[in-house]
Ligand binder design. Structure first.
Ligand SMILES: Cc1cc2nc3c(=O)[nH]c(=O)nc-3n(C[C@H](O)[C@H](O)[C@H](O)COP(=O)(O)OP(=O)(O)OC[C@H]3O[C@@H](n4cnc5c(N)ncnc54)[C@H](O)[C@@H]3O)c2cc1C
Length: 337
């Protein structure tokens, strides 16, 4: 692992100007670093905390191309899936248990049933990505949308693997760098998560924070093993009786800590996935704050006055997908100005 651990003065970098300085080691920063490195650019990445210490450190996250009640493909989704799969292959993570292919979406109510059936029949979806099936024994709902192309990802392991690979390729990655430290670079890319909200340089982006919480639960009453489940909220089985469930969408909050008051809300949504009574005990709580943009679109911004400064933000709850689209776009724009 080429992580510098505790920060030490980056003398070499200061003397030798780099092409791209990426601030922030979440999914946005690391994915951008990957694509810039692949495009032949020299990259330095710094984080004031540690890799994955922001919203990207959600225990498990879905790379789900078909989210919401009416799943429709977002622009760039094909290229995002291909980018992710190329990374997974290059990292040697094919068949590794903490990246699982396929997501099942039980149609728990009439709105989901209608939306899923429409999605499965929508020819805009790449062939083989979605399939509507009859109700599945062991799951609630009137029908099941199988998102064949989706993935469930253990985010901390994913981010650590990406950082380690980049380090081995000679990308400078430094954690716990004091915020006032600067790196001499032709381009600076801010992938700093919630810190962007407090940076006057980016005030014009009109961003807002959304808090989300996850729970780890021990469950009684469920037999068998399930792929990642997603209806209203998601659930990932990590062991025969253990699940990670989430998440909340809190627009008004005073701190970024987990709050036990949301246990019942998350457990109710989990129980709704199964026809039989299920009991659950919370054994872990996690919270993170993701950034939303005013029009819910992800943002790759170039600063209006300083053209060497960029930001990637507004990934909302689709960090794995949008970081691919924007990271690839950034690398293209920096190499073909
Ligand atoms: C509850 C929850 C559930 C989620 N579920 C999903 C999901 O199912 N699918 C999915 O794709 N995504 C999911 N996510 C992730 C979500 O998509 C986020 O939008 C995404 O993680 C944001 O990534 P980011 O890299 O922009 O920010 P962050 O992950 O917040 O990273 C910002 C980084 O910048 C660092 N930093 C801050 N200031 C500075 C500075 N001055 N200099 C250098 N570094 C700095 C921080 O230490 C941090 O490491 C979830 C998040 C939450 C909270």
């Amino acid at each position: 692992l080429h992580l510098a651990g505790k920060y030490i003065q980056i003398d070499g970098v200061m003397a030798n100007r780099t092409d791209v300085w990426i601030r922030g080691g979440g999914v946005a920063g690391l994915t951008a670093a990957w694509h810039c490195h692949k495009a032949g650019l020299r990259v330095v990445l710094t984080d004031t905390g540690t890799i994955g210490s922001g919203a990207s450190g959600a225990w498990w996250a879905l790379m789900n191309p078909a989210t919401g009640v009416n799943p429709t493909p977002v622009a760039g989704i094909r290229q995002a899936m291909v980018g992710f799969e190329l990374m997974r292959n290059e990292l040697g993570l094919d068949g590794v248990g903490w990246i699982r292919a396929g997501i099942w979406r039980p149609a728990l109510d009439a709105a989901l049933e209608k939306g899923f059936a429409k999605a499965a029949a929508n020819p805009e979806w790449p062939a083989g990505w979605l399939r509507m099936d009859r109700p599945m024994h062991g799951l609630a709902g009137n029908g099941l949308l199988r998102v064949v192309a989706g993935y469930a990802v253990d985010m901390r392991l994913w981010l650590t693997a990406v950082a380690a690979w980049l380090g081995e390729q000679g990308v400078d990655i430094h954690e716990q760098v004091p915020p006032h430290h600067t790196v001499a670079a032709t381009n600076q890319v801010d992938c700093v998560g919630t810190a962007l909200l407090h940076d006057p340089a980016w005030a014009h982006l009109k961003l807002h924070p959304i808090k989300g919480q996850l729970r780890e639960i021990v469950v009684d009453g469920i037999r068998g093993h399930y792929p990642a489940l997603s209806a209203r909220g998601y659930a990932i089985q990590t062991d025969s009786d253990r699940w990670i469930i989430g998440s909340t969408y809190e627009h008004d909050f005073t701190d970024s800590e987990p709050d036990a008051a949301y246990d019942a809300y998350l457990i109710d949504r989990f129980r709704a996935l199964f026809p039989q009574p299920v009991s659950a005990t919370v054994v872990g709580r996690w919270a993170g704050v993701r950034i939303g943009s005013h029009n819910r679109q992800p943002v790759l911004a170039r600063h209006p006055e300083d053209g060497s400064r960029w930001a990637i933000t507004g990934l909302g709850s689709k960090g794995l997908i949008y970081s691919q689209i924007l990271g690839q776009d950034l690398a293209n724009r920096l190499t073909n100005p």
